[in-house]
Design a protein around this ligand. Structure first.
Ligand code: GDP
Length: 290
């Protein structure tokens, strides 16, 4: 999944000639900087990372081992935001998750993928709630997705009020004793007050354990900006980056968490239900460092 980024990293590291002096370190940092910018990592994030590697390497000497150790630690610090990663369950079931995002970001598909991941990898009983009543085909799409992965869907075709749907769905969830409730909320083409108003109402009745923001990695820094706005307006606990399979550069995954101070939790890389990978900082750092 991180092929492009890993390639940039390993080729930057390969080019480095270590002579245990500061001149060699400056060159090494330059190679690393070039690779990160080429991968489309935000320039502020690149500067932060390079500065951190430089300071730490100099503290411990300027050899290859010190450099690689500093890089490993700095990368980890960049990705490990608020000490939270993967899927975090509520102390008392059900764990209620609000899935948010703009239209077309892959929110509905990702809700299905996450339900599938929870069911097959975590052996959890999941209820998906169709509360995206904005986009005409969203409920039907979710019905098909849930049918394909054999996960229960709560939908009410008789109402256009997502608050009512969520309230009734949560009562149902308590009765059928599910472990996780995933609520698919409405998106819009762009952020507007109506969308944020609806989300705030849904959030108030759902009282979610966490709110995930689904972001399209192909929109690059725009994805980071909209995630930041969602975070400001309704508060988000995690980001799921989608369409990573089509992102030839991949740098958004490296920068987004530190840019908005919200951890990246999952990455979607394909249209199939299995195409979702949990984002665990230490695993990613190991992969990037080869
Ligand atoms: P929503 O409007 O946010 O609910 O978006 P959808 O879930 O309907 O997804 C929009 C389009 O993106 C669909 O054609 C999905 O198949 C596609 N899509 C979603 N996630 C991914 C992904 O990780 N990779 C690729 N290649 N396509 C994706």
């Amino acid at each position: 999944m991180f092929d492009t980024l890993t390639e940039s990293f390993t080729s930057a590291i390969r080019k480095i000639r270590f002579h245990d002096d500061e001149k060699a370190l400056t060159k090494a940092l330059g190679e690393l900087k070039k690779a990160l910018l080429k991968a489309d990592v935000n320039h502020k994030v690149v500067k932060e990372l390079i500065d951190s590697v430089e300071i730490q390497t100099k503290q411990n000497g300027v050899g290859k081992d010190q450099f690689l150790d500093a890089l490993r630690k700095s990368l980890y610090a960049l990705l490990d935001v608020k000490g939270k990663s993967g899927f975090v369950y509520a102390p008392v079931a059900p764990t209620v998750i609000l899935m948010t995002g703009l239209q077309g970001s892959g929110k509905t598909t990702t809700t299905g993928k996450l339900a599938n991941w929870l069911k097959t990898r975590q052996k959890k009983r999941v209820l998906v709630v169709a509360a995206d009543l904005q986009r005409l085909a969203a409920v039907e799409q979710l019905r098909q997705v849930c049918g394909a992965i054999d996960v229960e869907l709560y939908a009410d075709d008789a109402t256009k009020n997502p608050v009512e749907v969520v309230k009734a769905a949560l009562e149902h969830a308590k009765k059928v004793l599910v472990d996780v409730v995933l609520i698919d909320t409405a998106g819009r083409l762009a952020i507007d007050d109506e969308l944020m108003g609806e989300l705030a109402e849904v959030k108030a009745v759902a009282n979610p354990h966490e709110i995930f923001y689904v972001a399209d990695s192909l929109s690059g820094q725009d994805a980071v900006r909209t995630a930041a706005t969602f975070n400001e307006k309704i508060g988000i606990d995690g980001v799921i980056l989608t369409k990573y399979d089509g992102d030839s550069k991949g740098g958004v995954a490296l920068g987004i968490a530190s840019q908005i101070q919200v951890p990246l939790r999952f990455i979607g890389a394909g249209e199939k239900m299995e195409d979702l990978e949990i984002f665990l900082p230490d695993r990613i750092v190991n992969r990037l460092m080869g």
